[in-house]
Write a protein that binds this ligand. Structure first.
Ligand code: TXA
Ligand code: MG
Length: 480
């Protein structure tokens, strides 16, 4: 017996019936493609189609079959394999014919009457609140969920089945989301490797990641999302090839590097003008991000220089008490990190080979540039020439300054004893907190860089914890 998802009806995928004459030309909503891709791992997908209106019954049946064929082909292009059913059919009949486990199946519809009919047959319903449908009163149907689109519906189904990872996992995920909300750091499973996550919009929490990893320098983090609309806030543009890659490979082991919006804290991207984004294909990760309601910035959850962890036990051995919580989602099914490509304007470049094969990417967007010769060790952006360094000359405090450098800015670790001789001063942390200092570093450098200074005088910070990474950054900026 198999579980099923019944989509009531095709219009939920292809829009109004008026557009149904040529389905092959229809752009399926990305949310639907991603949702069905996830749902089909655990459920058979059925799409109900209405007979088109027409006087001639035979002609109508032929037309229905043609449209169904087009729709199934379209879905298959995106790796979604579904079956069509014509209305009206009764659930009991379908269940018998297709050997469906009805009590564990789901109806997704934008019509309340469908959800009600499903409930009568013992099938749970998810109501997609459309624009024309009234919001239902809670009393109308005893047991159903409301979703904004098919992706959102898929996340509800994922959450409902999360107990696969242990009976308390949902409680743990909710606790993890609370910890992240209050600035904590949580290790969580993804399909590739375990990540060490913080709220992507919380620069101080993101800084703690570097501290815990013991990284001697800042590397940009990957921002993990659980809904396509979350990309909007993170980027300034979404080139066509990026949209295609998202439709074909998300959720999954593909990270896209895109031009960053100013909402993304500089510490997350290590000062780069780009941000790396991916949607992980792991029920625990997706549910965590959804509960947080915000993207999660995360590198792999290993200590600096060690291999990436693929079990919760690996994480515990390496990071143990340093993280606020380790979510156990079992062994990571893919076990190597995601493939990273940048998509800037229309140029797609491979930055790191990984879990999504290059050949498959090229099948979607054509031949792409290779920065490394398929080498297993990625060139770290921390070492790249385009990595952000201020345009203004920077010297470390204590080094000699030429007289001609009269417009001076000071980058101070904590509140300085004197600011004499400086036209601008940036304090990294009033309380002398290295996490706060790291979180402010890139933004402070950016600000000083816009002030038409002759020189930035930077004070080194204590060489402990995140101080190593901060000083590395400052020394490299001073050498430039
Ligand atoms: O599968 C994965 O990608 C895992 C899971 C946790 O998502 N994450 C992971 O993160 O491998 P990490 O930090 O170990 O590797 C992230 C890589 C780094 O090599 C970093 O340099 C690169 O992503 N990266 C991040 N932002 C970038 C950017 N804006 N431009 C270029 N590379 C970037
Ligand atoms: Mg790593």
């Amino acid at each position: 017996m198999e579980r099923a998802v019944f989509l009531f009806q095709d219009t939920i995928l292809v829009g109004d019936r008026l557009h149904l004459h040529d389905v092959s030309a229809t752009a399926l909503p990305s949310e639907a493609i991603l949702g069905l891709r996830v749902l089909q791992k655990s459920h058979k997908i059925f799409v109900f189609t209405d007979h088109p209106d027409g006087a001639n019954e035979v002609a109508a049946a032929v037309e229905t079959e043609r449209l169904q064929g087009q729709l199934l082909n379209l879905l298959a292009q995106y790796g979604v394999y579904a079956q069509c059913l014509s209305r009206p059919s009764w659930f009991s009949k379908i269940a018998e014919e297709h050997r469906i486990d009805l009590p564990n199946s789901i109806v997704i519809s934008s019509r309340l009457s469908d959800v009600e009919r499903a409930a009568e047959a013992g099938v749970s319903g998810i109501y997609i609140a459309g624009e024309r449908e009234p919001q239902p009163q809670p009393a109308q149907i005893p047991d159903y969920l409301i979703a904004t689109d098919i992706w959102d519906a898929a996340l509800s189904v994922i959450e409902r089945n999360l107990s696969h990872y242990g009976k308390d996992i949902l409680v743990d995920v909710e606790r993890a989301a609370m910890i992240l909300k209050s600035g904590g750091v949580v290790a969580f499973p993804t399909e590739t490797v375990y990540g060490l996550g913080a709220n992507a919009f919380d620069p101080i929490a993101a800084a703690r990641i570097f501290e815990i990893k013991g990284r001697p320098r800042f590397d940009p983090l990957i921002v993990h999302i659980a809904a396509l609309h979350q990309v909007q806030n993170l980027v300034t543009e979404l080139p066509e090839p990026a949209q295609m890659l998202m439709r074909f490979f998300w959720p999954g082991p593909l990270t896209l590097v895109l031009s960053k919006s100013n909402r993304v804290p500089d510490i997350v991207t290590a000062g780069l003008p780009t941000v790396a984004i991916r949607m992980p294909d792991h029920p625990v990760a997706l549910t965590l991000i959804r509960k947080l309601g915000m993207p999660i910035a995360a590198p792999s959850a290993n200590r600096f220089g060690r291999v990436s962890p693929t079990t919760a036990e690996h994480v515990r051995q390496q990071l143990g008490g340093a993280v606020d919580l380790i979510l156990n989602g079992g062994r990571c099914p893919i076990g190597v990190e995601s493939t990273i490509v940048s998509v800037l304007s229309d140029t797609v470049t491979l930055l790191r080979p990984g879990g999504t094969p290059l050949e498959e990417i090229e099948r979607v967007v054509g031949p792409i540039q290779r920065r490394t010769k398929a080498s297993a060790t990625p060139l770290s952006p921390g070492q790249l020439p385009h990595h952000y360094a201020p345009q203004t000359p920077l010297v470390l405090k204590g080094q000699d300054l030429s007289e001609r450098m009269s417009r001076r800015g000071l980058l101070s670790f904590t509140v300085p004893a004197s600011t004499e001789g400086f036209v601008a001063v940036e304090v990294l942390s009033k309380t002398g907190d290295l996490c706060e200092a790291a979180a402010n570093l890139f933004a402070a450098l950016h600000r000083l860089d816009t002030m038409h200074l002759d020189v930035i005088v930077a004070e080194l910070v204590p060489e402990v914890g995140l101080g190593l990474a901060i000083n590395d950054r400052l020394r490299r900026a001073a050498r430039k």
